[in-house]
Write a protein that binds this ligand. Structure first.
Ligand SMILES: [Zn+2]
Length: 706
């Protein structure tokens, strides 16, 4: 069979015959290959959505006889990155035999436990709830996907009729039903009643397609989705303008971003009324088309259709009643305006919970919105971490695509609220949530650490990222920053950090970095003033320039960065932390240190003044006093080491040992030691401390706080 890529316009044909030929004979390898190709095209299925399977003969380890085994994507994971370890392998005959013990739809949840009795490969991933959907269909290769183009038809009022006509009866239809054992039986029934079909559309949900080989299944899947997408495209605009036409013009790009940055911390504050949330913002063209349309007010409250969509985005979005020209600098006014809108949303959610709950339903979850739409500006999403917030945005874009397609060919219908509730508060879903690892100490928090491309700052940013925080790394040196970006991307992934050039003496750059933090994560919780430099000279050799740069970076820098950070924290109104990395030299008087030592003393007192002022906002200000941290620090460039060595009468090479020896503990101080102290102050156990000084200097009696 030869298929050219030109046959497909709406999906990507990625099959490489040479690669597939290398896998010939290994059906599981071909299944994984196909799954990865399908998962690589988000038009075929959303992130983490859908599953695939194959059935083949294998040796039974007990009897040595050939037996039929089904390999199917297990619970969790994504098709695009599926590996053998992500599959569950089950005996087909045992799976089919479960029909004999099935007690009916009211008891279908108990079947999930029984899947474990059918496991062939003991190192299998846990079988997912979709396992019987594959098990009861007798095909060697099966794809179950959530393509926007198919869901648009599946969620259309006339979806069944359209499917029938579009495929000449070759695609069956099964009405919406929660996935599970019973839906597996329904799929089989549909096939028995319609022999010869090439797939089945699941109402409000997605698509099943299959083939005798991995390739046949792949091509069948692509053809069906291509046909759906083509049909939607042909009809787009025929029933009237998309989403009823434009109601308002989106702001120009730069203005959208600056408004979003200004508003994000306010929204984050409202969304964090129960748990601290991380935000994501997008002004994707598909989002703007929807939120600026006449139909927004009709479609948005209806909610989403595919279960994947609303599990990620909640029952419906909050559409802000806020104009594009409203004054966002009046923070108090904006909050007063938005508070009742959030209250109404929470009320709506509580109402939904109360009216749909069953006697054994889990307790109501956080009633705050996940998706917030700001017409003319864009979409904010908030969740427990950046990846979940970003993926929620992707899923809402899937939902927008579905509504657009449905409305083009018919009318969009969402899932009935009770059905949505039954999925959202499904006991199996709850059990999945309970199995999730406990959040880390700093998860849900956003930290900006100045001077974090190297030395102490980088160690602090890494420690915070290790503990679950989103970090904004920065430096005034673009090259150094780029190296740190690469390091953080490799160690923590793209969702864990943002990287910005920052000169702490420049108010406009400081503002830009906080704006970037607001757009990337929603705001800031922890500000660490760490950027610094040092100059050691006898009084007579100190220049005015030396004096100015030290005071500009150390004192003014701390003042400006703190001031702008507090502004963001006050918008959020959920407290915060300021940590100032000062120095033993703030307390100890030594030679050749007039400018640096006095600037450090100013930093220390500024910290205490800020602590005294910000307690009412639940913003804590604490100081870490390091001494003699030598590795990977800018401080040791520009002759400082030589200067100190000279002052102490030792060589530069002897400095670390010299510093260690003059401490009570005889310890060399590393950047990681300072990072640990910072973590101690913000990790949760010290929440009732402010205005403190914590030394990390190996013990220098002269530097004890008196
Ligand atoms: Zn599905």
């Amino acid at each position: 069979m030869s298929v050219t890529t030109t046959k497909f316009k709406h999906v990507s044909y990625l099959w490489d015959e040479k690669k597939a030929a290398e896998l010939a004979g290994d059906e599981v390898a071909l299944l994984i290959y196909r799954s990865n190709l399908l998962g690589a095209d988000l038009r075929l299925t959303n992130y983490g959505g859908g599953n695939t399977s194959c059935k083949a003969m294998a040796k039974d380890p007990l009897t040595g006889k050939d037996t039929e085994v089904m390999w199917v994507k297990g619970s969790g994971g994504d098709l695009g990155t599926l590996k053998r370890s992500g599959l569950a392998a089950l005996y087909v005959d045992r799976l089919l035999a479960l029909k004999n013990v099935y007690r009916g739809i009211d008891h279908e949840d108990e079947m999930v436990e029984l899947f474990n009795h059918c496991i062939y490969d003991l190192s299998s991933k846990a079988p997912s709830i979709d396992t019987p959907l594959h098990g009861f269909l007798p095909f060697a290769h099966i794809d179950h996907l959530h393509p926007d183009a198919a869901i648009a038809i599946a969620a259309a009022k006339d979806g069944k009729k359209i499917t029938q006509e579009l495929f000449g009866g070759k695609i069956g239809w099964v009405e919406w039903q929660r996935p599970g054992f019973d839906l597996g039986l329904k799929l089989r029934q549909c096939l028995d009643e319609n022999p010869g079909i090439r797939g089945i559309m699941l109402g409000s949900h997605g698509l099943f397609t299959w083939g005798n080989t991995a390739y046949e299944s792949y091509i069948n899947t692509l053809e069906v989705i291509e046909r759906c997408a083509q049909y939607l495209e042909e009809n787009l605009g025929k029933r009237g303008p998309v989403f009823g036409g434009e109601k308002l013009k989106a702001l120009p790009g730069a203005e959208r971003l600056s408004r979003a940055a200004a508003l994000a911390p306010v929204l984050r504050g409202f969304c964090s009324s129960k748990v601290k949330m991380i935000g994501h913002f997008t002004d994707d063209a598909r989002v703007l088309e929807f939120i600026d349309s006449n139909d927004l007010s009709r479609l948005a409250p209806m909610g989403t259709s595919c279960p994947d969509h609303f599990l990620r985005t909640k029952i419906s979005p909050l559409v802000l009643d806020l104009g594009v020209a409203d004054d966002l600098s009046d923070v108090k006014g904006v909050k007063e305006r938005l508070a009742p809108q959030f209250e109404a949303y929470r009320e709506m959610y509580a109402q939904y919970y109360a009216s749909c709950k069953h006697p054994n339903s889990p307790a109501m979850r956080d009633p705050n919105p996940v998706v917030i739409l700001y017409p003319g500006v864009g979409m904010f999403t908030f969740s427990k971490d950046k990846q979940t917030a970003r993926v929620a945005a992707e899923f809402y874009i899937n939902a927008i695509n579905v509504m657009k397609g449905s409305e083009a060919v018919s009318s969009y219908t969402s899932l009935p609220r009770q059905e949505a509730f039954n999925i959202e508060y499904w006991l199996l879903e709850e059990a999945k949530l309970q199995r999730m690892p406990k959040p880390k100490a700093l998860s849900g928090r956003i930290a900006l650490v100045t001077g974090s491309a190297g030395g102490i700052g980088k160690a602090i940013a890494k420690k915070f990222a290790d503990e679950g925080a989103c970090v904004v790394i920065n430096d005034n040196d673009e090259q150094r920053l780029e190296a740190a970006r690469k390091e953080f991307a490799g160690a923590y992934g793209k969702d864990a950090f943002a990287g910005e050039v920052l000169d702490v003496t420049s108010p406009s750059r400081i503002r830009a970095v906080y704006d970037a933090a607001a757009l990337a994560f929603g705001g800031v919780d922890i500000v660490v003033n760490c950027a610094g430099l040092s100059i050691s000279k006898p009084l007579q050799d100190h220049t005015e320039k030396d004096w100015d740069i030290l005071y500009d970076v150390l004192v003014k820098g701390q003042f400006l960065v703190t001031q702008a950070g507090v502004e963001v924290m006050r918008k959020q109104d959920i407290g915060g932390d300021v940590l100032n990395i000062v120095s033993k030299n703030a307390l100890v008087s030594g030679p050749n240190n007039a400018a640096y030592g006095s600037a450090k003393a100013a930093q220390l007192h500024l910290s205490r003044l800020n602590a005294a002022e910000l307690g009412g906002d639940r913003i804590r200000v604490n100081v870490v006093n390091p001494d003699a941290v030598i590795s990977d620090s800018k401080i040791w460039e520009s002759g400082w080491a030589e200067g100190r060595a000279k002052a102490y009468g030792v060589s530069v090479a002897e400095l670390p040992a010299y510093y260690a020896k003059r401490t009570l503990l005889n310890e060399i101080i590393l950047p990681e030691d300072i990072a640990n102290a910072c973590y101690v102050l913000v990790g949760g156990l010290m929440n009732k401390s402010t205005g403190n000084v914590l030394n990390v200097d190996g013990g220098v009696a002269m530097a004890f706080v008196r």
